[in-house]
Design a protein around this ligand. Structure first.
Ligand code: 0RQ
Length: 500
């Protein structure tokens, strides 16, 4: 443990998770580490939930994280009804239900905004930060584990800090992090990253030792999510994407090495990166948020030279591989605060190719990534907006149908807008590719309906679009009373298909 807690005076702060959890009081705002179930605190939230369940004490907190965190935090605190307000992204089933049942307030935020909102005071006072770490340096610097997320800013602004030293996380992670917090406006300095592998900060998160109120030692592992096997539809989508990128190289809009890639999370995203492994591209670079199994494959094979992200979230097998070969990956991966991994300035500068997943798209190219049928929160916008708005090429992928074909993922009008027609350049389904760059709304509609819609729904979309064009205003033709009728019909009858 001396290897991990190198500051001798801090060793007196070691206590049990139960004792540390007593620092959490009703009404507090608590910011934690964690990004896409990795590197989040586990022992303290579990202790808090247990205490509330056994004593019946009333504790409601605002819970701010980097992105999604594991069941020990989001699951246990929502089941114990401890979360009053939650931001900015989640994927936990219990929490999703809790949000959709109206038990807590949920702010779905662009991930790059969270640290600066917190720093500017837009989110109120941060009473406590709970941060998972692999160690603490002699000076009190916190060495983060498998994710950086918002930890640097939360530590900077919180009144007190609880550190969870997780001994299941290898100490060799030390050196992978590059911590940099931008200065305050109005004279912000340029962030000096001009290459994916530039290091601009410190390998630990600076922290005033006097703020560290408790250190808890635990070995609970990250509750990583299994990845669904790559299905045929995802494979076809990935094939279309690779054809599209090859075409861009052929016409001289991209070099053979492409530009740095960002890829979202989930099965399609994983399949897309898997497809790159078999492609002819070489010497790829990734400037992304989350490093998943397929990214490790790309690094292993030498296809990709370097990956910058804010968290490592491999599957259980991936995690074993990562830990066994950590010294190999250490030269090829940098973990940055999400304010930097998702920063518009750098995304624009590096010319990122952003690939994200839609729940549904409409005929004009607007994207809904968050709200099923316009009202049921799925996960959140995550970093997809940060990347999409600022990318060199922004791409969305989605299967053309959902729920065994009863839902068309291409609809007349999306029931919730996350990414507008102004930001979306390319749409890909298993049916094909719609390259929307330089096209007007009506030109886009024709291409999306012809190239991306499922054959079952294509005639219905054509019919809608033709009739809409007969309405008075012809720039973005719509029939408002019918635009959301597909969703309405699904809710009433369980299908968007034409009823007999
Ligand atoms: O529902 O779980 O009930 O079966 O939506 O869909 O096909 O499993 O896809 O896991 O790749 O997630 C957009 C949610 C896709 C994700 C989204 C239903 C479908 C299923 C999930 P069930 P799939 P994925 C990087 C960037 C926003 C954040 C982001 C996401 C469930 O990618 O959260 O991009 N993106 N971040 O049945 C009704 C439709 C539907 C539908 C799918 N048209 N209508 N339901 N579903 N299409 C990550 C971070 O920022 C951290």
């Amino acid at each position: 443990l001396e290897n991990r807690i190198r500051n001798k005076t801090l060793q007196n702060k070691i206590m049990s998770a139960d004792e540390a959890a007593l620092l959490i009081k009703d009404g507090m705002n608590v910011g934690t580490s964690g990004f896409t179930p990795s590197g989040y605190p586990k022992a303290v939230p579990l202790a808090l939930a247990k205490r509330v369940e056994t004593t019946g004490e009333k504790i409601k907190i605002g819970l701010f994280t980097g992105a999604s965190v594991g069941d020990e935090l989001d699951g246990s605190l929502s089941r114990s009804k401890i979360i009053r307000k939650r931001l900015p992204y989640q994927t936990n089933e219990s929490l999703r239900k809790y949000i959709n049942d109206g038990e807590c307030e949920y702010l779905d935020m662009h991930l790059s905004h969270v640290p600066q909102y917190a720093q500017y005071g837009f989110l109120g006072k941060l009473d406590l930060a709970i941060i998972e770490a692999v160690g603490i340096t002699e000076e009190g610097g916190i060495i983060p584990s498998t994710s950086i997320g918002c930890s640097p800013t939360f530590i900077k602004i919180a009144e007190k800090v609880i550190v969870e030293i997780n001994t299941s996380q290898p100490l060799e992670l030390e050196g992978m992090a590059d911590i940099y917090i931008p200065n305050d406006p109005p004279h912000r300095k340029p962030i000096p990253i001009t290459k994916v592998n530039d290091k601009i900060g410190t390998p630990y998160i600076p922290c005033d030792v006097n703020k560290i109120a408790a250190i808890v030692v635990t070995d609970i592992k990250d509750n990583v999510r299994p990845l669904a096997p790559i299905d045929d539809i995802s494979k076809t989508i990935s094939g279309h994407l690779i054809d599209f990128l090859e075409h861009e190289v052929k016409v001289g809009r991209l070099p053979k090495t492409l530009f740095p890639l960002q890829s979202g999370v989930g099965s399609v995203a994983n399949a897309v990166l898997g497809g790159l492994l078999e492609s002819s591209f070489e010497n790829l670079l990734c400037y992304t948020e989350v490093i998943q199994d397929s990214m490790l494959d790309l690094l292993d094979s030498g296809k990709a030279l370097f990956a910058s992200g804010t968290s490592i979230t491999p599957s259980e097998e991936g995690l074993i591989r990562f830990k066994e070969n950590i010294n190999f990956y250490k030269d090829k991966i940098i973990l940055r605060p999400q304010e930097i991994s998702n920063h518009p300035e750098i995304i624009r500068r590096l010319g990122i190719i952003a690939i994200n997943t839609a729940i549904e798209a409409d005929i004009y190219g607007n994207i809904n990534s968050t709200n099923i049928m316009g009202t049921r929160m799925m996960n959140g916008i995550g970093g997809s907006g940060d990347f999409t708005r600022n990318a060199y090429i922004s791409i969305f992928t989605t299967p053309s149908t959902a729920k065994n074909g009863d839902i068309s993922s291409i609809v007349p009008m999306v029931a919730h807008h996350d990414h507008t027609e102004h930001d979306v350049m390319v749409l890909i389904t298993e049916q094909g590719v719609a390259d929307l760059r330089g096209l007007s709304p009506k030109e886009r509609a024709k291409l999306i309906i012809n190239n991306c819609a499922h054959p079952t729904y294509q005639p219905m979309l054509k019919d809608y679009f033709e009739r809409a064009q007969k309405s008075k205003f012809k720039h973005t033709p719509h029939m408002l009373s019918e635009a959301l009728s597909w969703h309405d019909q699904f809710i009433k009858n369980g299908t968007m298909k034409r009823l007999p």
